[in-house]
Design a protein around this ligand. Sequence first.
Ligand code: FES
Ligand SMILES: [Fe+2]
Length: 341
Amino acid sequence: MHTTLSERDAAVAPRQPAARPAAPRRSPIPAEGEDGLFRQSWYPLCLSSEVAAGQVLGCDFLDGRVVVFRGDDGVAHVTSAYCPHLGADLSVGRVVGKRLQCAFHHWEYDASGACVQTGVGDPPPPAACLFVFPSQERWGIVWAFNGETPLFELPDLGHREDELEIWSYKYPRPFHSDPWVFAANTPDMQHLKAVHRVKFEHDDPHDAVIWDRWGLKFNIKAMHQGGVPIDWDVGLRGTGFFWRAGSYGEFWCAAITGFGLPRPGMHQVFGAAMVLKGEHSKERLAQMRKITERTIGEDADILDTIHYRQGTLTAADRTLARYLTMVREFPRAHPSAPFIR
Ligand code: FES
Ligand SMILES: [Fe+2]
């Protein structure tokens, strides 16, 4: 019995899938550093404890380098790192009073970024100045805003810092994704259940989310791991941090998690957990620390390996989808570029 030519061709022809899925959409969300621009947000740079009075610390930030220095008045400043004279990295200089002195030829810069004195006494050139970032210290963390003027503030967590017992931390390793990828965890209600095993006492609160120009917040009432009831306001503003505040079982607690941007495609997690001072505050803070470490540990491998895109979303993703649209359209700028690169 002979097979015909066409039967043989059919036997060796590559099999076609019944229906080829559409190719995934390319990410419509610009990456940090794309077109040389970065989202205008507050980003954590270092822990306050890393820069004592009279010290200077160098940090990678955006696509360049900055320094945090603290004068003898205790105030921390964030400026571009490279000396306008010949480019020495000021992180190897020293703090003199309230000024930062370059190690190479001893030019000195004040908190406004102006060179106020050269080493040999020549008048400082008017163009010899550093870029000064808007900065602030909150909850034991030094924050810098990518821009000339902040577009929004860090959140008010409901209590003054002197009323709180605070544990501030820097996660031991950076993650290989942009800061907004971690920030997007807060509006990602599916992941709160799947990754962190939070059991909501209500339907997903998509319709109760309060949006403003720079972010969102909403309330969740749920059972946390171990059957602990929580009633938390959670929120974020921009792409560099999110927070939560409310009750954990019997007591009040709050946490802020910030995402530093040491270079495009990476983020470094900083954060603080806090409870009210008073009886039991030490044990409660220790409990918050454990929960914080566990929670970041649950996210860590995902955020370190993800190739994030706004892909095939469902109705359960609608708050996340709206946040991703916000991220895509968020103002981007890089005014410090000529100074920090
Ligand atoms: S390079 Fe800084 S003073 Fe010369
Ligand atoms: Fe998470």
